[in-house]
Structures are given as structure tokens and as C-alpha cells.
Ligand binder design. Structure first.
Ligand SMILES: [Zn+2]
Length: 664
């Protein structure tokens, strides 16, 4: 078997991960394993360590777009070797400087407080922030996600200088139009420059000077991810409105208007894939005024946010928003949502303004190229996600694709040199890494398990595995805790940290009582007037006659139907309706109020579960359980199943019946 990567520097399947191991099925040599490691800052693997665990011919291939290093090395195919290599590739908490607290700023902005308190960023001066290692990891993942999506649509990465000569900006008369927000400076020879906030001038002039531009090269999509500058009058909210910020800016050049419009929708659909599919954010597209950029058509991409940086009215039927005071002549819907929001990206169809000024013509003609430009505020996306998903400054939540680490492992101090725990830890780590997850080992054994869990919860690690004799139970109020196995004295627990939005309902009372900053988010949910009445009831309706079956079944079903007609719940979930006929009777009696319903058929006996709803049922799902991790450490039998439930019962527990009914 041979391990290899299709592309030495990029893992196409999971671009947001920090390293990958790839198997090439066409490989024939059974003795040799080749590995490609994508390495990032904080992951310390050096040649001698790799050679120390049996790797041969270690060879560095090159540097990737975000600073990762690809190495190739061969190793005798041996499970033990692979585990040792995986161990070298784990991040260690002791290196990541997130323990203790940063200085929380006096700010009404949750992300500003949370990112500074939990050591993602550090303040230098007003509107100027340094990224600490944790913040940098997240920004690197955002960049890789965006850049991978862009390489799929054929965009090419470039870098142009940040220092912009005045004479270039004078060509489009934007030096004066930008006003005081443009950072200006001059060199010792009194030539004037600006710290560029955007790069239309520079990229258009670059394209004009390309000796090799042909019609066949069009549309040409060029992008960069660089620092931008703006002389903000009032920098605020940490990374949200700074004087220096990281931006991904793309510029497209087309042969005519039609082709430019096609390119515009190609890029904006890549934006949608990044924001909606990969990051799962509720992005609102807003029609906007092109401003000093010029051009005719322009869209902004907003996230709901209570900082009141922007206000929009949004029609969820048309899926388009407008700035307050503006209306859409094509939208006749009355129920527009007014919301406070923050802009995280902006796209413009620029026309020929820049191409005309710089004489950037369609090759072989005197016709200026059609241009569009596109920008994502990368360093603003981080706090915007934190604001959207978190409800507590001591618990940062981010979309799963951009968390600093996918998983973490804690081994209790007492077990730090226990051989069973050590090999279990190694095997678990290997299993996670083989699934392209980055793993953080919380190796600070002087801290208690509870303190380390608290540490990892603060920085939002979605999966935490605990190897201990007993896991501190108190933590489970904040999270889902499930036991996944036990061997003698060693117990393996999995803690799944849920995102703020999932927890809004559950935590609403708590945050309001405590008066923490998170309550603003919860209030927003309440003010939307979204109240849902849900009833769940185990009906105990075994159809056989008493005493084998359930007592007074028909009578109780009748009384239930009467009550449901008066109470009018939104959703009713019933269990132990074992006979489908009983379900159909209920549906018939309630059909005027509960128009939508579903009966779950699963397992050997049927699930006995049904749902009645006043609202349309979009989809239903019967959970199946997949074997995620199975231990082969000598004398240890641990299997781990992943899904909402850790166990589906056992066949010999006939009296419980879970195994026969399945889970819904
Ligand atoms: Zn509408």
C-alpha cells in the first residue's frame, strides 16, 4: 500500500485542515508508505523526530499558500509507526498560550471582549490588533477555505504592493475622492504614497502591462489576501472596525458586459458556497450603492449583529435586502424583516471606468475590458462569526470548519504515565487524524480535568475526549457528555460542545438572570416573537389486551385527541403509539388543526414514534449509528459510536427494547 497526495501542497478534499494523509489506490509497493504533511505554525515536527520513529528519506517539498510546509517521507508500513507519526503531529496546549486571561476591554461588543479575553488577539493601539497563535490558526483556516473555493472557479492568486503611488491613484481621480480615510505618506524624496484600502488601480495597471494577455485568457480572475488600511475616524469593536485589516480582494476582467455578468454570478455563487455551505452562516445579500468604486451593480453580504453598524430591511421570500429607506420595485411582500447587521463582503460590477483610465484593452482591440471586483473582510469574518454563534464571553463558538482545533484530548493527571491510557490516547488521536481532524493534546497535567475542560470550552473546541477514572460531572450542564467506554479504571468520555445558537433557548433564562453580555443575543430571539409550543408524551399504547398490553388505551387516546384540539400545540411528539391504526385514528380526529404528520417506521418492531404538526414538516430522519472508533489495545474493549446518542441499547436488554425499536 502506498500513501500519497494528488497534489503535493494542497489537500483538495479538506482544504481547511492543517495536514493530510492521502492514500493512492494505484500504489503497488507493499512495503513503503509515503506521507504528505501540511504543517502550520505551532506544529513542531522536525526531521530528526520523524527519523526517530522510523521515517526514511524525509524530504521537504515546498511551502504552501498559507505557510504550511509539505514533507514527503517513506516509512515501513507498520501500525505502530503510523501512530507515532500521528503523535508527533498533534498540537500541544502547553505551546498555545491561551491559559489565563487576556485583558478584557470595556466594550459592548461580545466578540471584542471574548477574542481579547481568551487570547485570540491582543491590542496594540486604537484600531490596531495583533493576532495571537489561536487567532492566527482561525484566520489561516478561513483563508484556505476561501482560496480553495477560488481555485475551483479558476481564479489566480497574486500579490501587489500595499504602498500605492499617488500618480496611480490620480489616474482615476480617486486620490482626492477617497478623502481623509486614505492613509497618506511621503518618502524622503517627497513622492506621495497611500497605504492602499483597495487595489483596482494597481491590478488594472498590472493587467494592462501583461505581455501575454490573450482573448483566450479571458475571463481573467486575479485575487490576493493582503493587509488593507483605512484612517478610521472612530476605530471600534476590536477586529470589526480597525485601521488595518486583512482582506481577500478579487478583480475580474472580461471581454464584454454579458461575459462580465456571467463571471459576476460565478464569483458570487462561490461566495455563497463559502458563507452558507461551508461556514453555515445566515448571510443576507443586500443591494447597495457602489459609492466611490463607481459602476452600476453592487451587492453587500451582511450577517445579523446587534452592534448597529448597519441597518437593513430584508425580504426572506425574495432573498434580498435593502438599506433602510430604499425599496425594491419588484418586491410586493409586506413582511420585511428590519435588522441590525454587519457587512462582511462586498461585490461590484465596475464597467469600464478603470480599464478606460489605464488603457487596459481587450487584446487586439481598442475596447476597454469589463471589470468587476469582489472583497471579503477576512479579519472581520472572525469576530462576526463569534458574535453570531456565541452567547458568552467565556465560551467562543465558531463554525466547525474554522475552529482552531477539531478535537482535543485530556488525560487525567493520575493517568499521565499509565500505559493503558497512553496507548488509548495514541490510538484515539490516530483515529481522529486519519479523519483529517486536527487534534490538540491538553498536556498540562498540573491542571485538573475540570479546569482543562473549562479551558477548551472557552476557545470552542467542538469535540473533547477525556481519559480519566471519573469525569467531573459538573461540566455536563454546559455541554453534552457521553460515556463511550470503560476499561478497568480508565474511562473514555466524549464532550460535545454545542454552538451558541443551539443553546440560545436552553440558556436564555440563565443568561438573563446573570445579566451577562450574552443576553443581548437571547433578547433578539425573543423579540422576534418566535414562540413554539411543543408537547412530547409517552402514550404507553401496546395494542394487546391488558395485562400484556396497555391499560385503558382507547380511552386515553380519545382524551388526548380532545385535549390537543383545545390546546393547539405547534408540534406534538408521541412515543409508544405501537399500532399504526391508532396513529391513523389520531390523524383523522385532529386533521383540522394538525395538518402535517409523520409516523416513523424503524427497527424490528417499529419505533412507536409519531409527530403531529401545525407547520409543514421539511424533513425527517431516523438516526443510524456508525462505528467511529474501535480499540485494539490489548485487553481493552472499547468501541465508540458517533451521533446524537452514544448507545442504541443491546439485543439482550429485551425489557428496554431500544435495540429492537431503533432511535428516531
Ligand atoms: Zn419580496
Amino acid at each position: 500500500m502506498r500513501w500519497w497526495a494528488r497534489n503535493a501542497l494542497r489537500c483538495r478534499d479538506e482544504p481547511s485542515n492543517n495536514f493530510c494523509l492521502k492514500q493512492d489506490k494505484e500504489g503497488t509497493n507493499n512495503d513503503v508508505v509515503g506521507l504528505v504533511v501540511e504543517n502550520v505554525s505551532g506544529l513542531r515536527v522536525d526531521r530528526s523526530e520523524l527519523e526517530g520513529v522510523g521515517c526514511e528519506r524525509v524530504q521537504q517539498l515546498g511551502r504552501g499558500c498559507c505557510g504550511q510546509v509539505a514533507c514527503r517521507f517513506d516509512v515501513r508500513q507498520n501500525r505502530r509507526n503510523l501512530q507515532q507519526i500521528h503523535r508527533l503531529m498533534a498540537f500541544k496546549a502547553s505551546q498555545f498560550l491561551f491559559h489565563g486571561s487576556g485583558v478584557p476591554p470595556a466594550s459592548k461588543c461580545l466578540s471584542h471582549q471574548a477574542l481579547q479575553l481568551n487570547c485570540f488577539i491582543q491590542k496594540v493601539d486604537s484600531g490596531l490588533y495583533s493576532l495571537l497563535p489561536l487567532g492566527q490558526l482561525v484566520i489561516d483556516r478561513i483563508n484556505r477555505l476561501i482560496e480553495d473555493e477560488f481555485s475551483r472557479i479558476g481564479a489566480l492568486k497574486i500579490s501587489v504592493p500595499i504602498l500605492g503611488p499617488k500618480k496611480l491613484w490620480d489616474e482615476t481621480e480617486r486620490w482626492d475622492a477617497m478623502g481623509k480615510e486614505l492613509f497618506q505618506l511621503s518618502d524622503r524624496g517627497k513622492s506621495h504614497f497611500c497605504l492602499q484600502p483597495t487595489a483596482e488601480e494597481m491590478v488594472t495597471s498590472l493587467v494592462r502591462n501583461l505581455p501575454s494577455l490573450r482573448v483566450a485568457s479571458l475571463p481573467l480572475l486575479l485575487y490576493q489576501t493582503t493587509e488593507k488600511f483605512r484612517d478610521e475616524r472612530n476605530p471600534r469593536f476590536g477586529l470589526i472596525r480597525g485601521r488595518q485589516f486583512l482582506m481577500n480582494d478579487m478583480y475580474s476582467f472580461d471581454v464584454d458586459v454579458d461575459s462580465c455578468q456571467k463571471t459576476y454570478s460565478l464569483v458570487t455563487s462561490a461566495y455563497r458556497r463559502i458563507f452558507k455551505d461551508a461556514l453555515q452562516l445566515e448571510i443576507r445579500t443586500v443591494v447597495s450603492d457602489p459609492g466611490v468604486h463607481g459602476g452600476a451593480i453592487s451587492h453587500e453580504y451582511h450577517l445579523e449583529n446587534n452592534l448597529e453598524e448597519d441597518k437593513i430591511s430584508y425580504c426572506s421570500r425574495c432573498e434580498i435586502g435593502h438599506k433602510p429607506g430604499e425599496t425594491d420595485p419588484q418586491c410586493s411582500h409586506s413582511e420585511l424583516q428590519e435588522m441590525s447587521s454587519i457587512e462582511i463582503a462586498h461585490t461590484f460590477q465596475l464597467g469600464t471606468r478603470y480599464a478606460q483610465a489605464f488603457k487596459a484593452f481587450v487584446p487586439g482591440t481598442q475596447r476597454p475590458l469589463e471589470m468587476a471586483c469582489y472583497g471579503i473582510g477576512v479579519s472581520r469574518l472572525l469576530p462576526a462569526c463569534v458574535d453570531a454563534l456565541s452567547i458568552d464571553v467565556k465560551a467562543i463558538r465558531l463554525p466547525n470548519k474554522i475552529v482552531p482545533f477539531d478535537a482535543a484530548i485530556i488525560t487525567a493527571s493520575k493517568l499521565s504515565s499509565d500505559p493503558t491510557a497512553l496507548s488509548l490516547c495514541e490510538e484515539l488521536q490516530s483515529a481522529l487524524q486519519a479523519r483529517n481532524m486536527t487534534v490538540l493534546l491538553h498536556d498540562m497535567h498540573k491542571m485538573s480535568v475540570g479546569d482543562r475542560l473549562y479551558d477548551l470550552n472557552r476557545i470552542g473546541i467542538p469535540r473533547i475526549f477525556v481519559l480519566a477514572n471519573v469525569t467531573k460531572r459538573s461540566f455536563s450542564t454546559e455541554t453534552e457528555l457521553s460515556a463511550v467506554g470503560k476499561s478497568g479504571e480508565v474511562r473514555l468520555d466524549m464532550v460535545t460542545i454545542t454552538s451558541g445558537t443551539d443553546r440560545d433557548h436552553r440558556d436564555r433564562d440563565r443568561t438573563e438572570k446573570n445579566g451577562t453580555i450574552g443576553s443581548s443575543n437571547a433578547e433578539r430571539h425573543k423579540s422576534n416573537g418566535l414562540e413554539l409550543r411543543v408537547l412530547t408524551l409517552n402514550m404507553w399504547c401496546l395494542p394487546q389486551p391488558w395485562p400484556v398490553g396497555s391499560k385503558d388505551r382507547k380511552h386515553r387516546l380519545k382524551r388526548l385527541a380532545e385535549a390537543l384540539l383545545i390546546e393547539e400545540y405547534d408540534i406534538v411528539g408521541l412515543q409508544e403509539i405501537w399500532k399504526e391504526g391508532d396513529y391513523l385514528d389520531l390523524v383523522d380526529q385532529l386533521k383540522d388543526v394538525y395538518k402535517f404528520h409523520h409516523y416513523f417506521h424503524s427497527g424490528w418492531t417499529g419505533s412507536g414514534v409519531c409527530i403531529l404538526s401545525r407547520h409543514p414538516i421539511v424533513s425527517t430522519l431516523t438516526h443510524r449509528f456508525i462505528l467511529f472508533f474501535s480499540s485494539s489495545v490489548p485487553n481493552v474493549q472499547i468501541k465508540m459510536y458517533v451521533f446524537r446518542y452514544s448507545l442504541n441499547g443491546f439485543a439482550h436488554h429485551v425489557h428496554r427494547g431500544d435495540w429492537f425499536g431503533g432511535k428516531v
